[in-house]
Ligand binder design. Structure first.
Ligand code: CTP
Length: 411
């Protein structure tokens, strides 16, 4: 796992050095980010030597304190993207307050806002600062947001006082990281079939009919599922996207090819998330030579393609099956109808005409309609976040689908 370790300025900063070593021993890659104050306690060189990576310090200048450059100005985004877990240890009262308020005044605080990775915070400070209502309220705010707080230990503090405020033990911090990491891999053991992109239906050797799907939503689902530990098989129509890390990709062109590929891989899958915008019709005939222009109107006959989703759910057993509904009107009504007619567990519906939704965009606005009657209207968010929410629902539905089996095996 790629862990970014944020070190803020407290006497306990030196303990983070041991943390780097132990995290690496557990097989993690560690990128250290230090606040300005932390550098008053430990030099970046210590962490650079231990982690084998350049330590990131300032937001708008290079590590030698030189001129601002574009690379360093956007580095927080790059680091955010390659962070699987953000651990801040030790976390001072000041950094906790900044995280709670969303202040982005240096690299670490900016990274916190730019990252969607889970966060573990191990506070260390004077006992009165820890007990102060301001700190306690800030800690509570972080907790509410899902941040894991590693409770500081009680004991003799550097300031000469005794009480809670000492950085928790290394074992405790590692255990918290382990818990969070495990919770992130909640799809381990699942094999998920994901379809994405459009299909191309040929008219002649140079022309085809298709739709405006970019494949971004399906690819975001495949990427998120792989990160959460699933084995992912991505059946992709023609798109311009890179294969997400750890995903097995099969490229197809037509609805017929997509149908064949999905049915072939379906028996080994425990879930299917069909995000592809499959053509509903294909030309009855594919001309073997280019259709020549003439002055007469051109009539082309189309025949329906196989409804892959309906075919997948025909013998679905305990598989969780998710379909998508791209609508331009009566979204909820049409989506609920599809939920029933296609026998799916979940329909992800979007109004493709809505602002911030639809084809070839990086954001989406969707409502998740579940078989158990729950409707979840999500605000506009990135397709990556939508993918996470779809997977959360899939896990909830999996529990419901597998419950009868568990009960049966108990008797
Ligand atoms: N779908 C499919 N096979 C098809 C057509 C659609 O598997 N031949 C799947 C899509 O992957 C999607 C869902 O069905 O998950 C809904 O697609 P959509 O085009 O919105 O619905 P249709 O059934 O085609 O209905 P309509 O076009 O009439 O809205």
């Amino acid at each position: 796992m790629r862990i970014t370790l944020g070190v803020s300025g407290g006497v306990a900063a030196y303990k983070a050095a041991e943390l780097v070593r132990r995290l690496q021993q557990e097989g993690h890659t560690v990128q250290v980010v230090m606040t300005r104050a932390a550098r008053e306690f430990v030099t970046p060189l210590t962490f650079a030597a231990l982690s084998g990576q350049k330590v990131i310090t300032d937001l708008f200048s290079d590590s030698s304190g030189g001129e601002a450059n574009l690379e360093s100005a956007i580095e927080h985004i790059a680091v955010a993207q390659r962070t699987d877990l953000l651990l801040i240890a030790p976390a001072t009262a000041d950094i906790i307050a900044k995280l709670a308020r969303g202040v982005a005044d240096e690299f670490l605080t900016t990274l916190y806002l730019a990252s969607t990775a889970p966060v573990v915070v191990a506070p260390a400070m004077n006992v009165n600062m820890w007990n102060h209502a301001a700190t306690q309220e800030n800690v509570e705010t972080l907790r509410r947001r899902g941040v894991k707080i590693v409770q500081p230990d009680e004991g003799y503090l550097a300031c000469g006082m005794t009480g809670p405020g000492r950085l928790a033990g290394i074992e405790e911090i590692l255990a918290a990281v382990g818990d969070v990491a495990k919770a992130q891999r909640d799809l381990e053991g699942e094999t998920i079939l994901v379809s994405a992109g459009p299909t191309w239906e040929d008219l002649d050797p140079v022309r085809f009919i298709s739709n405006r799907s970019s494949g971004k939503m399906g690819y975001a689902v495949a990427e998120a599922a792989a990160k959460r530990g699933a084995k992912v098989i991505l059946i992709s129509g023609p798109v311009n996207l890179e294969t997400p890390a750890g995903v097995e990709r099969m490229d197809v062109r037509t609805a017929q090819e997509m149908h064949r590929a999905i049915m072939e891989r379906l028996p080994g899958a425990s879930m299917a998330i069909l995000a592809a915008a499959v053509a509903d019709y294909r030309p009855v005939e594919r001309a073997t030579e280019k259709i020549k222009k003439s002055a007469r109107p051109l009539t082309i006959s189309f025949e329906p393609t196989t409804d892959i989703l309906a075919d997948v759910t025909m013998n679905k057993g305990r598989k969780v099956v998710v379909g998508f509904a791209a609508e331009t009107d009566h979204v909820a009504e049409n989506a609920r109808k599809k939920l029933v007619s296609k026998n799916a567990d979940l329909i992800v519906a979007n109004d493709v005409t809505a602002e911030g939704a639809g084809f070839d965009r990086d954001t989406n606005v969707v409502t998740l309609f579940s078989r158990d009657g729950r409707d979840l209207a999500l605000p506009k968010m990135s397709k990556g976040e939508v993918a996470q929410r779809i997977l959360d629902e899939v896990i909830r539905l999996r529990v419901a689908l597998q419950a009868p089996a568990a009960r049966r095996s108990n008797v």
